[in-house]
Design a protein around this ligand. Structure first.
Ligand SMILES: Cc1cc2nc3c(=O)[nH]c(=O)nc-3n(C[C@H](O)[C@H](O)[C@H](O)COP(=O)(O)O)c2cc1C
Length: 392
């Protein structure tokens, strides 16, 4: 029998699914509800010193949709609006009501040693399980010299990690930004400064679009916008890449985040090195109840694969990552077309024609591949709406 239980840095997770620091963890009542529905833990919406000004813009979201499906959000929302005392009271309440759930305090402060250490010392005395340092919020905060302004500089990231580690009595995770040219550099800097674990990724800096009548970019705040943070299923490939790159260079525990909307997404994150995962946008769009299907699907998968628990899956994909020069260039695959499934839409013909190789054509009502022209690139099978093309 497989189990969903796992341990990271001595913290027991009843399942590897946590809520990420975001609107779903902005209120104590919401976290209470999420815990009752089965989430393994929560990273609180980022807590700051009470005197840090937090004035929100309206509106603060724009959405990338395909049909009615939300593929991604851009947000320009700031951090928690609860006071430090409200969080302390909330943590106490949650610990009493949900003793086995993991509670992680996400924190951020100005780049002043006393400010960071004061916040950490305050929460040392609460019953949280760990800290997560938010060095990665891409909007609003960088203008104040914090958030991503910290996480894009290895030296500042290391310095603050050091300050926190001097006083922290709980494990310290550092939440990294994907908006850097080399995430490994930042990960290694905070690891050397004493971070116990890493969280990746925060949102991807973005502009969702531009209104072509008014030329006002989105999200539109009375005619203006600012660069925001992109999240949701569209960012999963970026998150997976970041986690895998970090795992290639570090053995620290990783909390994987970014575009997780199914148990399969979570499993993929673990296969490239995540210990447990965090979810935000999927919960905002479809509600806390998504945890039921995530837990069931993941447990069934672990059992099907003969894994005892999430840790058996961890890093399983890592041996399959290599440099491009080490990829096998001798073998070529070719498209095999299932004529019954094919609806002759000719999307494969067009993409092959316009993308260099011109290897496919419609002959007497059938798609035919010319092996002499085919480069085995697989674009035809990627584009086929009926999954009628297999590369073999
Ligand atoms: C509206 C919104 C607010 C967020 N606020 C925070 C925050 O306060 N602190 C933080 O570390 N991350 C914050 N995030 C980032 C999420 O924790 C997460 O890293 C990101 O959304 C990617 O995960 P997802 O694709 O599952 O949404 C926020 C994300 C969204 C969409």
């Amino acid at each position: 029998m497989a189990t969903l239980k796992t341990q990271v840095l001595g913290i027991c997770f009843e399942n590897p699914f946590l809520l990420a620091s975001a609107p779903p963890t902005a209120k104590i009542e919401s976290i209470d509800k999420a815990f009752s529905l089965g989430w393994g833990g929560a990273v609180f919406k980022t807590i700051t010193p009470d005197n840090l000004e937090m004035i929100e813009a309206s509106q603060r979201y724009a959405t990338w949709k395909v049909g009615s499906k939300v593929c991604g959000f851009e947000n320009i929302e700031l951090l928690s609006h609860l006071t430090v005392q409200q969080w302390l009271d909330g943590i106490k309440f949650l610990r009493q009501k949900h003793p086995t759930k993991v509670q992680i305090a996400s924190i951020m402060a100005p780049v002043v040693k006393e400010e960071w250490q004061k916040l950490v010392k305050t929460f040392n005395h609460s019953e949280i399980d760990a800290f997560e340092l938010n060095f990665s919020c891409p909007h609003g905060m960088p203008e104040k010299g914090i958030g991503m302004a910290i996480g894009t500089h290895p030296e500042i990231s290391a310095m603050i990690t050091n300050w926190v580690k001097e006083v922290a009595k709980k494990p310290v995770f550092v939440k990294l930004s994907p908006n850097v040219s080399n995430i490994v550099e930042i990960a290694k800097a905070v690891e050397e400064a004493g971070a116990d674990g890493l969280s990746a990724i925060n949102t991807v800096q973005s502009i969702m679009g531009v209104d072509l009548d008014t030329f006002e970019p989105l999200p539109n705040v009375n005619g203006k916008t600012t660069f925001g943070g992109y999240s949701g299923m569209a960012v999963k490939p970026i998150g997976l890449r970041c986690v895998a790159q970090i795992r290639q260079h570090s053995d620290l525990p990783i909390l994987g985040i970014g575009g997780i909307s199914t148990w399969q997404d979570a499993a993929e994150y673990m296969a490239v090195g995540a210990d447990v995962v965090q979810v935000c946008t999927e919960v905002m769009v479809n509600g806390y109840g998504v945890i039921g299907a995530m837990k069931k699907g993941f447990l069934d998968y672990l059992e099907r694969k003969g894994f005892n628990g999430p840790e058996d899956l961890k890093n399983k994909a890592m041996a399959h990552l290599s440099a491009h020069k080490a990829l096998d260039k001798q073998k070529q695959v070719y498209p095999h077309i299932n004529d019954e499934a094919c609806v002759k839409c000719c999307k494969c013909v067009t993409i092959c024609e316009e993308s260099e190789h011109s290897a496919l054509s419609l002959v007497d009502g059938h798609i035919v591949a010319d092996k002499n022209r085919c480069a085995g690139c697989s674009l035809c099978s990627q584009i086929c709406p009926k999954l009628a093309i297999n590369m073999k």
